[in-house]
Ligand binder design. Structure first.
Ligand code: MG
Length: 384
């Protein structure tokens, strides 16, 4: 029986994780939930799953939850809040496995603390790897703790890497859906609206990641994530547009063999893989191969998707440039959603922030968070 701490339990990955727990009651239990800001959902999850500890974003929200649990007659559950609360969840002695699915750098300290506490991590939060991948992978190596990727592409790569040695890998190919603007002519990019950008063709996800998919910055973050998770330089990672999102990623070996992972586009599969690794439990998530007619691949267009070029440049520099890429994008996406900048203002803002970011390699989480704040400040100052 694995007892889970789920960080980001009310988000889409958190909810999918709980549906896996529901399907596999003899394999998984819920020990801790870090729920963020949604008190209604946190209450429903706490009543249903009876964790030892629940964390909310603020003290006020935690008080609300505690009061409502009391009214519902649910006792014996510790309600905590803030970063300390999330860390308490991720390091709970009773938890055997941590699902890290808080969006943004908010989940960074808790993820780091989980690794230091010797807990295997299922990582859905790519910002953690982008901002502090060097620190997290070093800590995981030292503690001999696995980091299992839940991001679908990296999960696919993880699976394809099981058949060969690291020295035999030539290229990691990350597939990209290309987003809603895959075929939009460049001259129409100026008039893209938030509503258009929020319509993703294959995956239903949070708002920021959906915009990041439309700009392909998401794929850029995934390139950096792949370099850190699989210990390869950016030159060994390539992106290929594959609109069907059927092949979730591929690994090319030095002998010319290319291995691909194919499955339904359902996040429950990579979550189950991460939770169960190194086992593979039987599931109902089958893929109808007989219905598959063709697979299309095409190289990405860096002129229409400059965010991808910027990410490769940041990946080469590492450290502060990866932190700034992520932070500037988050600020710029918010401004785009509020109608303050156009769609192509996102890469422009990122490029300007990167240009004014000194090269540095933060050695602690505190230094990472300071660099993150600095980059956000620079981005805000550039925006109207
Ligand atoms: Mg992905």
């Amino acid at each position: 029986m694995k007892r889970l701490a789920i960080l980001g339990s009310t988000g889409s990955i958190g909810q999918s994780t709980l549906s896996i727990v529901e399907q596999f009651p003899d394999r998984y239990q819920v020990a801790a939930l870090a729920a963020g800001r949604n008190v209604d959902e946190a209450l429903a999850q706490t009543v249903r799953w009876r964790p030892k500890i629940v964390s909310l974003a603020t003290e006020e929200l935690a008080d609300q939850l505690a009061t409502r649990l009391k009214e519902a007659g649910v006792t014996g559950i510790e309600v905590v809040h803030g970063t300390e609360g999330t860390v308490a969840c991720s390091t709970l002695p009773d938890a055997d496995f941590v699902v890290s699915a808080i969006v943004g750098v908010a989940g960074l300290e808790a993820t780091h603390a989980a690794i230091l506490a010797g807990k295997p991590v299922g990582l859905a939060n790519k910002e953690c790897m982008v901002a502090a991948g060097e620190i997290l992978t070093a800590a995981a190596g030292k503690q001999n703790v696995p980091i299992l990727p839940i991001d679908s592409e990296h999960n696919a790569v993880h699976q394809c890497l099981r058949v060969g040695a690291h020295s035999e890998v030539k290229t990691i190919w990350l597939t990209a859906s290309g987003g809603p603007f895959r075929q939009l002519p460049l001259d129409q990019f100026a008039s893209i609206t938030p509503a258009q950008a929020l319509k993703h063709p294959t995956w239903v996800m949070g708002r920021r990641i959906t915009i990041d998919s439309a700009s392909m910055l998401n794929k850029g973050l995934e390139v950096i994530e792949a370099c850190r998770l699989f210990d390869v330089p950016p030159a060994q990672v390539r992106v290929i547009v594959h609109a069907q999102s059927t092949v979730h990623s591929l690994v090319e070996y030095v002998d010319g063999s290319i291995l691909a992972q194919i499955s339904v586009t359902d996040m429950r599969l990579p979550i189950l893989y991460a939770l169960a690794w190194p086992e593979r439990p039987a599931s109902t998530l089958t893929f109808d191969l007989g219905a598959l007619r063709h697979l299309d691949f095409e190289p990405p267009d860096l002129e229409r998707f400059p965010c991808l070029r910027l990410a490769f440049e940041a990946a080469e520099k590492g450290g502060s440039h990866c932190i700034a890429l992520n932070a500037a994008d988050e600020v710029a996406v918010e401004a785009f959603l509020e109608g303050r900048i156009p769609f192509m203002g996102i890469p422009r803002t990122i490029e300007q922030v990167l240009a004014s970011t000194p090269e540095a390699h933060p050695a602690t989480i505190a230094e990472v968070l300071a660099a993150d704040r600095e980059a956000r400040k620079t981005a805000h100052a550039l925006l109207p």
